[in-house]
Unconditional design. Structure first.
Length: 170
């Protein structure tokens, strides 16, 4: 546990609960999380956090036989450090999304919203006149009214593709 920083800054009862649950399941003893909680006196959220932290270690990828026989020499960063890195990446992603959306003017967005609302608020034609409208331009949706978006410096205006590329780089 020292190599993976799981014990640092933790109360031992949460770690003992997670270790009991993992050991019981490794040796085919059926123990529920509620039974473990009643023994070690921690809440379910704490036990789940410790299990998730163990899941992030390289030992969790081993089979039971490998886990018993092999002692890995790898070390990991502390869970709080990993969470900080994850938060930093999420903040970077949010910032890049906001900067990309800044290139589209809010007036342009309001114009598109007004056109869509006008199209949706128009009365629908009934049976006799509805068949004429299907052949004409009255049935064109709001997407047909909107002009193609201008290219932005963020990769052609497709924000989801841009965000996926940011996540892939991080």
């Amino acid at each position: 546990m020292k190599r993976y920083w799981i014990h640092t800054g933790r109360r031992p009862s949460g770690l003992c609960g997670a270790a009991l649950l993992v050991a019981a399941r490794m040796h085919k003893f059926r123990r529920t999380i509620k039974e473990i909680i009643s023994v070690v006196k921690v809440c379910e959220a704490t036990l789940r956090k410790r299990l998730n932290e163990f899941e992030d270690t390289p030992n969790s990828q081993l089979t039971i036989e490998e886990f018993i026989k092999v002692d890995l020499d790898q070390e990991c960063d502390p869970p709080s450090f990993i969470a900080g890195q994850r938060n930093k990446r999420m903040n970077l992603l949010e910032w890049s999304q906001q900067s990309c959306l800044g290139f589209i003017s809010t007036g342009e967005i309001h114009e598109y919203q007004d056109e869509i609302e006008m199209e949706q608020s128009r009365p629908k034609l009934r049976v006799m006149y509805g068949s004429y409208a299907k052949t004409g331009t009255a049935q064109m949706g709001p997407a047909a009214l909107a002009s193609p978006p201008a290219r932005t410096p963020c990769g052609g205006g497709n924000i989801s593709v841009f965000c996926q590329s940011i996540v892939a780089r991080a």
